[in-house]
Structures are given as structure tokens and as C-alpha cells.
Write a protein that binds this ligand. Structure first.
Ligand code: SF4
Length: 269
């Protein structure tokens, strides 16, 4: 992947809208089977969302190959100017929300479940925003996620709500962390505008008791034991329990150390 950085004068910011499901990460990865088979026969008659085919989710992690995910055909991806200031909001929504399939409607309470597997787990956004100790143990790596929009004015004109496509593109490229990169898709290379997905969990509304941020390995394991155990067994084989135990101990020791430092600072200050 080649990246073309642009100068960032008059920088602005871009954040997820504070709406239900506004991160939409599951509509790129975990909920949808190939070719949107979950929608069934009628999918051919329904209009596609603005995110279909031209917006992807790019996952990058040091030392690993980039991963690129297509969005569901019915994902609407919208960017709009937030009032009078120069900041932008992006909103990812299902354009067949009222008729969405059961596996989408049940998400995230039954995240990771399928017809054949009953193992549920944390949703992808919560894993993305989890502490690095959790990701290093459960996935053996950390990762950064981006929305990747094909840099094409016709595509951009479908995405911007209250901005003309050229003005919107210019503003978008000034946003914090946004840059253009050439990404290989199959045998072709295309320019994409990469928008980092920020990890501000409080910006996304939680819709259920289960759909809560991951704060520690112990808390996540108590809630999602079966799913996490499966990952650990895949990564560490018969040593998985030892790895889990020492990661929890280390995490709790570090948290205790931080508390003591804070308490010492409060006494002195
Ligand atoms: S049908 Fe709707 S909720 Fe389900 S994956 Fe597609 S966009 Fe997301």
C-alpha cells in the first residue's frame, strides 16, 4: 500500500455520529455471509446502500498482511457537516433496517453466533476498542481499522449529505488522520481515502446489557468465556490456561501499580 499524505492546514475532525449502530463495523465483517446470502432472494430487488462496493474496511496490523473487507450491499455510508463548525460526522446505517435479517437484528447480543454455532462473543467494535492487553492475548496482535472510500467524485457525491462532492472531499482530506493511499484490490490498484475509525466508545450508543465495552481480560473472559477460550486454544494449544492466567495477573498488577501511583500523586499534589 502506498500512501500520499496531504498538508493539513485548517485541520478539522471526523467522528462517528452518536446514533444507534453508527460504527457499522459488523456490516463489513461478522454478520454478513458471502454474497449477502442472509438477505435471500429479494436482495436483487432492493436498492443498494451508498456504502456498497466502493467502501471497504481496511485492517492494518504491524507485521501482518492488510485485510480488506467489503461492506454489506445494504449499508448506507453518510458524511455530513456538523452545524456551522468545520467538523464532519459519519454515519453508517442499514438501509433495510426494518426488514433486516434476524442475525443482524440479534446483533450484538448474539454476536458470533450462526446457524451451526451457538458460541457468542463480544462485538467487533468492542474488541477494537478493548485494551491492548486483551488484543495481544486473544488475537496476538493489535490492529487499526479504517473506512476506505474509493477516491472518485461520483462515489463521493453519494456519500456527502449537505456538501457538494468536491468541497466535501477537500474538507475530508483536511480531517485529522485522514489520508489517501493506493490499495491493491484483487489484481488492480485504486486510490482510497482512508478514515481512521476512532476508538471513542462513548460516541456509540449501546443498545443492550451485553453490548458493553471490554475493560479487562478478566471481565471479558467472565462474560464471553467460550468464545475467548476457543481463540486461546487456537493460538496457544494446551498452554492456553497458563497464558490466560499470567496475562490476567500481569494486567491486574499493572492496574494496582497505576492506582498506587495515582494515590501517591494525589497525596503529594
Ligand atoms: S442487512 Fe443491514 S444490518 Fe445486516 S449486514 Fe446489511 S447493512 Fe448491516
Amino acid at each position: 500500500m502506498n500512501s500520499n499524505c496531504v498538508s493539513k492546514e485548517n485541520q478539522c475532525s471526523i467522528n462517528l455520529a452518536e446514533n444507534e449502530c453508527s460504527d457499522g463495523m459488523c456490516c463489513f465483517t461478522c454478520v454478513i455471509p458471502p454474497d449477502n446470502a442472509h438477505i435471500g432472494f429479494f436482495k436483487a430487488f432492493w436498492k443498494s446502500g451508498t456504502g456498497a462496493s466502493c467502501i471497504k474496511m481496511l485492517i492494518m496490523s504491524e507485521g501482518y498482511k492488510n485485510e480488506l473487507y467489503d461492506s454489506c450491499k445494504f449499508l448506507d455510508f453518510l458524511i455530513y457537516k456538523n452545524g456551522t463548525d468545520s467538523d464532519l460526522k459519519m454515519d453508517l446505517r442499514c438501509c433495510v433496517y426494518g426488514s433486516r435479517p434476524k442475525q443482524c437484528a440479534d446483533y450484538p447480543d448474539r454476536a458470533g453466533e450462526s446457524l451451526y454455532k451457538k458460541i457468542s462473543g463480544p462485538c467487533i467494535f468492542n474488541e477494537y476498542t478493548a485494551p491492548s492487553t486483551y488484543k495481544k492475548l486473544v488475537y496476538k496482535r493489535e490492529w487499526q481499522a479504517y473506512y476506505a472510500i474509493q477516491d472518485n467524485i461520483d462515489i463521493l457525491s453519494n456519500i456527502f449529505v449537505n456538501l457538494d462532492a468536491s468541497a466535501g472531499r477537500e474538507l475530508l482530506l483536511k480531517a485529522n488522520g485522514v489520508y489517501i493511499a493506493t490499495v491493491s484490490v484483487g489484481n488492480t490498484e485504486k486510490d482510497y481515502i482512508l478514515i481512521p475509525i476512532n476508538k471513542q466508545a462513548q460516541k456509540v450508543l449501546y443498545t443492550s446489557e451485553k453490548h458493553q465495552p471490554i475493560v479487562s481480560i478478566r471481565q471479558a473472559y467472565e462474560r464471553w468465556e467460550e468464545k475467548i477460550q476457543r481463540n486461546l486454544q487456537n493460538h496457544y494449544g494446551k498452554d492456553w490456561e497458563t497464558k490466560l492466567k499470567s496475562a490476567v495477573e500481569m494486567e491486574e498488577k499493572d492496574a494496582g501499580k497505576r492506582c498506587n501511583e495515582d494515590a501517591a500523586c494525589n497525596t503529594k499534589c
